[in-house]
Design a protein around this ligand. Structure first.
Ligand code: COA
Ligand code: AMP
Length: 637
């Protein structure tokens, strides 16, 4: 083993400016120092390998194991008896916890169960699970074997699952019989069975965690019971993998119905995530960190599972909602009961709490003295929500901006380095490693205060996506081709005179619904497939709770024989059945025509402004201006 060393824990805060500048001037020195906090089997030959630019690789030649770094090394280095994972599930009335030793043993045994089914290094394993500890155990067991996992969020329907099965081609699927939402039990197994039926690729086996709320029927010869396969499995040691080998694939919405398989490597990921825990989030090993998200999203991968454990923190896995499980005091109960130091969630969760408990009455009974900071991400944080949280909690509230692709924050106030004054509405400044620029359409940098495309100069820092799964061309097209030499974030915004970034909107069809990333193009594909629909547009409309919600406008085929409400209901059902309930697609307007330019492009941004009640002007290129009034009438505006 190479040396294991904690990063700069304790001591005074390093200056943000000097740390940031060093990270850009000497990225290899900067990240190789950060890499000393990770345990390697073999050191790297090169810190940054640009041999295949614009495809960059970090720590080539090195070998390590991410699960070893998350669990075993802590067991060996004095944290064996520290709590590693707290499972808090108000929906089942359970609070349980495991030390690093106990979690390591459970993971090693489940890795043995996977190996017993023939899973080895390089084999993909798809994980479709609710927020149960077994989801994290399955992820870590895959990492232990060097088998890339692909976790699919439970709120996606069978069709989305099938698309991911076909792309990742997993050897095995790990799932659970059901998930538990506020007011219903969601049976996962029928969705999984349907997905396997639709998919072209057939996995060899499924391992199913039976939950008492809705046990599933197992298919003999294919489905195995989690407890049965694990009970007698042998505990498996960690498999060394290359730093550049994939740790996981995480699918995220692209501009079509075909999701993009974001690849994460092992080495750069461990280095970067570990570095963020102290420098961005300001936590020390041994403290309790809680990301109230879902393992199906990148926040769950990075900050429920990998970063806290690699850094030696206790992580909380919460199976519940901010409200309704049982009340808007749920987050304060969990924070207080488990001495949470840092809470990370989406602004929408706080909007829900604020809506149900505007005066913070559910906060008062709880001792929140452990809490040092609240971090928010996933969507724009509106200043009202930020101020409400600041006033009620009395701790810094930090909006930070990042993406599935980047795996960790691009722009943030970094409380472990040097906290900056907050400007509500801005996630503050670029994080070390990120050379963020704002470009016009011609690729020229714009002056401060001018809106443009936000990009990051290549090479991206470690832990960011090296490519898309089996799709180097797609990676280039989506991220690199628009502005050669830069990574396109697809967010538009500006930098102000103090260097603060302001994230204004997406430049593609992605919308953020309750912090969940969705493609309106993908919803349009489902709507357009209805036999009575001639054409349609789906746009993201502002919503007080969820930030945005998708709203459909459809033009019916001449002679469509169904009444409008029936077709609208059918469309809502079909999006729910095809994409999933998480799309929250509930509103459809039947309109006589769609507003278009003379060249036939649907004027979505004007429609959005009308729907949001914002000022709008009739575009000069419009084919027939009267249609905009018709849209306004349909929306009651
Ligand atoms: N499995 C199955 N269904 C799921 C699901 C899951 N894992 N997660 C959500 N759903 C369903 C919900 O039950 C709901 O179904 P419904 O239409 O029958 O009510 C639908 O998907 C939409 O869910 P959600 O987005 O959670 O909305 P909600 O109205 O139930 O709750 C909030 C609103 C704000 C409380 C909730 O969105 C929330 O907690 N948001 C925080 C989001 C977050 O943490 N994002 C991660 C980024 S950091
Ligand atoms: P996801 O990949 O699901 O994390 O979604 C990433 C997208 O969410 C970004 O490209 C932004 O559009 C949006 N987003 C995430 N965090 C923020 C933030 N703090 N402020 C504004 N938008 C954000």
């Amino acid at each position: 083993m190479c040396n294991t060393q904690d990063d700069q824990e304790g001591g005074g805060l390093a200056s943000y400016r000097s740390t940031y500048e060093r990270s850009l001037q000497d990225p290899e020195g900067f990240w190789s120092e950060a890499a000393e906090a990770i345990t390697w089997y073999r050191p790297w030959d090169r810190v940054l390998d640009d041999g295949q630019a614009p495809f960059y690789r970090w720590f080539t030649g090195a070998t390590l194991n991410t699960c070893y770094n998350a669990l075993d090394r802590h067991v060996e280095n004095g944290r064996a008896a520290q709590t590693a994972l707290i499972y808090d599930s108000p929906v089942t009335g359970t609070v349980d916890s495991w030390t690093f030793r106990e979690l390591r043993d459970r993971v090693a045994r489940f890795a043995g169960a996977l190996a017993g089914q023939g899973v080895g290094k390089g084999d993909r394993v798809l994980i479709y699970m609710p927020m149960v500890p077994e989801a994290a155990i399955a992820m870590l067991a895959c990492a232990r074997l060097g088998a890339p996992h692909s976790v699919v969020f439970g709120g996606f329907a069978a069709n989305e699952l099938a698309t991911r099965i076909d792309d990742a081609q997993p050897k095995l699927i790990v799932s659970a019989s059901c998930g538990i939402e506020v007011n219903r039990v969601v049976e996962y197994k029928p969705l999984l069975d349907r997905a396997i039926e639709i998919a072209r690729h057939t996995p060899d086996r499924s391992i199913i965690l039976q939950r008492p709320q809705a046990p599933a029927r197992l298919i003999p010869g294919r489905d195995l019971d989690w407890h049965e396969v694990t009970e007698h499995a042998e505990m498996i040691e960690c498999t060394p993998v290359a730093a550049t080998d994939p740790l996981y694939i995480l699918y995220t919405s692209g501009t079509t119905g075909h999701p993009k398989g974001v690849v994460r490597d092992n080495g750069g990921h461990a280095v970067a995530l570990n570095w963020t825990m102290k420098n961005v989030y300001g936590v020390d090993p041994g403290e309790v960190y809680w990301a109230a998200s879902d393992v199906g999203w990148v926040v769950g991968h990075s900050y429920i599972v990998y970063a806290p454990l690699i850094h030696g923190n206790t992580t909380v896995l919460y199976e519940g909602k901010p409200v309704g499980t049982p009340d808007p005091g749920a987050f304060w109960r969990v924070t207080s009961q488990h001495d949470v130091v840092t809470l990370f969630t989406a602004p929408t969760a706080f909007r829900a709490i604020k809506r149900d408990d505007p005066d913070g009455e559910h906060i008062t009974p709880w001792d929140l003295s452990s809490l040092r900071a609240l971090f928010l991400a996933g969507e724009r944080c509106d200043p009202d929500t930020l101020h409400w949280a600041e006033e009620r909690l009395g701790v810094p509230v930090i909006d930070h901006w990042w993406q599935t692709e980047t795996g960790w924050p691009i722009v943030s106030n970094q409380i472990g380095l040097e906290p900056m004054p907050v400007k509500p509405g801005s996630p503050t400044v670029a994080v070390p490693g990120w050379d963020v620029r704002v470009l016009d359409d011609a690729g020229v940098e714009v002056p401060d205060g001018t809106i443009g495309s936000i990009v990051a100069k290549l090479p991206l820092p470690p832990g960011t996506l090296p490519t898309l799964w089996n799709n180097d061309d797609g990676y280039r097209q989506a991220y690199l081709d628009t502005f050669p030499g830069y990574y396109l974030t697809s967010d538009a915004g500006y930098r102000d005179e103090d260097g603060y970034l302001w994230i204004m909107s997406r430049i593609d069809d992605i919308i953020n619904v309750a912090g969940h990333r969705l493609s309106t193009g993908a919803i349009e594909e489902v709507v357009a497939a209805h036999p009575s629909v001639a054409e349609c547009a789906v746009i993201g409309v502002a919503d007080e709770l969820k930030g945005q919600i998708p709203v459909g406008f459809v033009v019916l085929k001449a002679g469509a024989d169904r009444s409008h409400p029936v077709i609208a209901e059918e469309l809502v059902r079909s999006v729910r059945d095809t994409i999933g309930p998480v799309a929250a697609f509930k509103t459809v307007y039947v309109v006589p025509r769609l507003p278009k330019t003379r060249s036939g492009k649907i004027l979505r941004s004007t429609m959005r402004k009308i729907a949001d009640g914002q000022p709008w002007t009739t575009p000069a290129t419009i084919d027939d201006p009267a249609i905009l009034d018709e849209i306004g009438v349909a929306l009651g505006k």
